[in-house]
Design a protein around this ligand. Structure first.
Ligand SMILES: [Cu+2]
Length: 457
């Protein structure tokens, strides 16, 4: 599962001993490296107090070693190639082979020593978002430390004063480095394992990119008009489902390092925010919701009792965020007869498609797209096209899953008589049996299209 990188050359290590003055260069731990894009099994602790580890959607947790009473981690900032979903790979910057970087897990009260090696072409730092720590460990380049130059390794040392859900990201050429995908989650488990325990604990961070169709590199100067809305730098149908055992108490921890808020909606259950990047929310201050707004630069963790079996959609409720790369200058033609329009447009641009006069439902068709470009709406379920992209996945709640089993249980088998069904239109009262406005064409004729190759959910 993990491939190991060799020790760094000694020249690269001088920065570490020069900065902390406390560790010998030879004692830098190896930097584990991940080349998979699927959720890795939970990493149970082999030393220190026990806890229930998290799982990271399309990600992994960073192994550590103990040196005395220090828990030592090694992050390597470097260029990576991240697959957003099958059919699209993007050149990003990340940590230890992936963007986002691995989740760091430790326990309240732990002393952590985090080595950060810079293999980027420019300087960087790491800020530990939400942590209470000495000012000089806060990772703000120029303000609290020198920037980490290419080739240098710096050391961060601090004690974890409180448990909760935090993030890490650069505070050095921030706009570029976050737009390139540099971020990760940092989960600090309570020292007392009986504090608000859950059976399954999922974590991910949201990021957004502007990757023009047919290209491989995000545009880093964009402020608002992004076209790839990702969870852990993956988009539907590339985002892992959340397999959950019926009856489990579930926590989902979500960080937001995009430039806008995301109202994250859970189907079929009510949830409560239990934790933010500021700490635990007292139970008396929680209220039931089904949509949790996650502000920019913040973390929201919600808890839910998974008591309703099925395949439950779990997504951002901004409908543009559940789509992949698209042009925003498409005109709304709902109710407009497009026959004449299509003829006129066809003369000018034979391959063009205009928005359908009945909507944009296009799950069963596909426009010709440039290389390395995903369909706007895709994915296939047991009843047909799902017509989603971006920040969308499925909670798969089933009876009898094994405790650490996160494999996809396949489509839900609905009990008989529990699926919405068609009734013959002849059963309608006469005045309701015809559409309000008759149209001859219900779907635009599509030429040169082929069937969608979506992922089965
Ligand atoms: Cu959103």
């Amino acid at each position: 599962m993990l491939s190991r990188r060799g020790f760094l050359g000694s020249a690269a290590l001088i920065g570490a001993s020069a900065v902390s003055g406390r560790v010998q260069a030879a004692s830098i731990p190896e930097a584990p490296f991940m080349d998979k894009v699927t959720m890795q099994p939970p990493l149970h602790p082999t030393s220190g107090p026990d806890y229930r580890p998290v799982v990271t959607l399309n990600g992994w947790s960073l192994p550590w070693r103990m040196t005395g009473d220090w828990k030592e981690f090694h992050l390597v900032a470097e260029p990576v190639v991240r697959e957003f979903a099958e059919g699209m790979k993007v050149n990003l910057w990340g940590y230890n082979g992936q963007a986002p970087g691995p989740t760091i897990e430790a326990v309240e009260g732990d002393k952590v020593r985090i080595f950060v090696t810079n293999r980027l072409p420019e300087h960087t730092t790491i800020h530990w978002h939400g942590m209470i720590l000495p000012n000089g460990m806060d990772g703000v380049g120029g303000l609290t430390q020198p920037h980490i130059k290419p080739g240098q390794t710096f050391v961060y040392e601090f004690a974890l004063k409180k448990s909760g859900t935090f993030m890490y990201h650069p505070h050095s050429d921030e706009m570029v480095q976050m737009a390139m995908g540099m971020m990760g989650m940092f989960v600090v488990h309570p020292r007392d394992p009986s504090f608000r325990p859950v059976d399954r604990d999922f974590v991910f961070v949201m990021s957004s990119y502007l990757v023009d169709p047919g290209t491989y590199l995000p545009k880093v100067n964009e402020m608002t008009d992004f076209n790839m809305w990702t969870w852990n730098s993956r988009v539907f149908p590339g985002i892992d489902p959340l397999p959950i055992r019926l009856g489990d108490k579930v926590r989902v921890r979500i960080g937001n390092l995009t430039m806008t808020n995301h109202p994250i909606h859970v189907h079929g259950h009510d949830v409560r925010v239990s934790c933010t990047d500021g700490g635990w929310v007292p139970e008396t201050a929680q209220w039931p919701e089904t949509t949790i707004d996650v502000p920019v630069g913040a973390v929201r963790a919600f808890d839910m009792a998974a008591d309703n079996p099925g395949d439950w959609a779990f997504h951002c409720h901004k409908s543009h965020h559940t789509m992949n790369a698209m042009g925003h200058d498409v005109r709304n033609l709902i109710g407009v007869s497009k026959k004449d329009l299509a003829k006129a447009v066809g003369k000018l641009a034979p391959d063009a498609m205009v928005m359908g006069d009945t909507g944009m439902a296009m799950g069963d068709m596909e426009m010709p797209a440039p290389d390395n470009t995903l369909p706007m709406m895709t994915g296939t379920g047991q009843f047909g096209p799902i017509e989603m992209g971006g920040m969308f996945t499925v909670m798969k709640i089933r009876e009898g899953l094994g405790q650490d089993d996160y494999s996809d249980p396949g489509p839900y088998k609905h009990p008989q008589g529990t699926v919405a069904y068609e009734i013959a239109s002849s059963s309608l009262p006469p005045h309701q049996s015809a559409p309000a406005k008759a149209t001859k064409e219900s779907k635009p004729p599509m030429k040169g299209t082929k069937h969608m190759k979506g992922m089965k959910m």
